[in-house]
Design a protein around this ligand. Structure first.
Ligand code: ACO
Length: 312
């Protein structure tokens, strides 16, 4: 039995904040942000919109695209580093709002790799036959944990949510291979401090990401007997266009074969991969039977990738 994506969804906060707006908050400028990161603008959630609200809207969108009723969901996995509260989990909050009464629910903590951890966990439950439908969500209100005095991080981050319904797909399609990893010794490079702010050693994270993303991509395609040349579409974690382009160039993948949402949304941590996936589906960038690689990295340090043959 193969697990794959039955439907995708995302939610974008309405408040658009440009680089020029950021100049009013911190000592920075549009040129620096664009050339160093690729970011032109980002979205911030309104004060009364919390992480669970964005998760709920993204989940509704995914259930609709999948044509799956909330009551048929067996498990909800929510990846986030910015839950409304440590408990109850965001997963329990949206279980209630969606009316997914039979679903078990828990949050997954793997920072920007959280959606990958969630998706790969979902795959196990589907392929053992334990569950039929799993809702996986990545959702972040990073503006809650942003240090507005740290220009090295505050210009990078944005809010948003993405979701996917995972279930059984036809033979030869779905998630064909995966890789998950962690290096706890690198925890000091990217963490939340005692003031709840996100703290990052940008250069170290940059080096780690540029190495890890191509390596994990090659690993997942080689596990299914294919090569990097066979990848039709790459959906990397949207952290910095220079990291994404470096990874893409190492893999020999052309720019039109890579999802790029960072320009408009910045870095959305665990939400960035499912948001980019959902947008790519809706924009017709992904066709049935395309070989798609999703690859992420983040705090922990953690990383994860899947190779997937698209279609139900
Ligand atoms: N505006 C203007 N100048 C700035 C800004 C800013 N926003 N931020 C830093 N600078 C300055 C620095 O102070 C430094 O000045 P100095 O040379 O006078 O000291 C100069 O720009 C260069 O700074 P660097 O840190 O060397 O810049 P770099 O080219 O490394 O880019 C960046 C920094 C964008 C953070 C980069 O290191 C990066 O993208 N790292 C990886 C980030 C990442 O992947 N994060 C993912 C995990 S976080 C998450 O996903 C939630």
């Amino acid at each position: 039995m193969n697990a794959g994506v039955l439907g995708t969804g995302h939610y974008l906060p309405t408040k658009v904040v440009t680089n020029n707006d950021m100049e009013k908050i911190v000592d920075t400028n549009d040129e620096w942000i664009r050339t160093r990161t690729g970011i032109e603008e980002r979205r911030f959630a309104e004060d009364d919109v919390n992480t669970s609200d964005m998760a709920y809207f993204a989940a509704l969108n995914a259930l609709e695209e999948a044509d799956v009723a909330a009551e048929d969901i067996d498990l909800i996995l929510v990846a986030t580093v910015t839950p409304d509260t440590p408990f109850p989990s965001v997963a329990c909050m949206i279980q209630d709002k969606l009316g997914a009464s039979k679903a078990a629910a828990m949050d997954v903590s793997a920072a920007c790799s959280g959606f990958m951890y969630g998706m790969i966990t979902a795959k196990q439950f589907i392929e053992t036959g334990a569950y039929k439908k799993v809702l996986v969500v990545g959702t972040e209100k990073l503006s809650k944990i942003t240090n507005w005095e740290d220009r090295g991080t505050c210009v990078l981050l944005g809010d948003g949510a993405g979701a996917a319904v995972i279930g059984e797909v036809s033979e030869g399609r779905g998630i064909l291979s995966f890789e998950l990893g962690a290096n706890g010794a690198g925890g000091k490079e990217l963490y939340q401090d005692e003031n709840d702010y996100l703290v990052m050693n940008g250069r170290e994270v940059f080096k780690f990401a540029v190495r890890q993303m191509p390596e994990s991509t090659v690993n997942v395609v080689e596990k299914i007997g294919l090569n990097k040349e066979d990848v039709d579409y790459l959906i990397p974690h949207q952290a910095n266009i220079r990291i994404m382009d470096a990874a893409r160039e190492r893999l020999g993948i052309s720019a039109d074969k890579m999802a790029t949402t960072i320009k408009k949304y910045g870095n959305n941590s665990s939400a960035s991969i499912p948001m980019a996936l959902s947008e790519s589906v809706k924009n017709g960038k992904i066709k049935d039977d395309d070989l798609i690689v999703l690859v992420g990295f983040g705090g922990g340090l953690t990383w994860g990738a899947v190779a997937m043959r698209w279609g139900r």
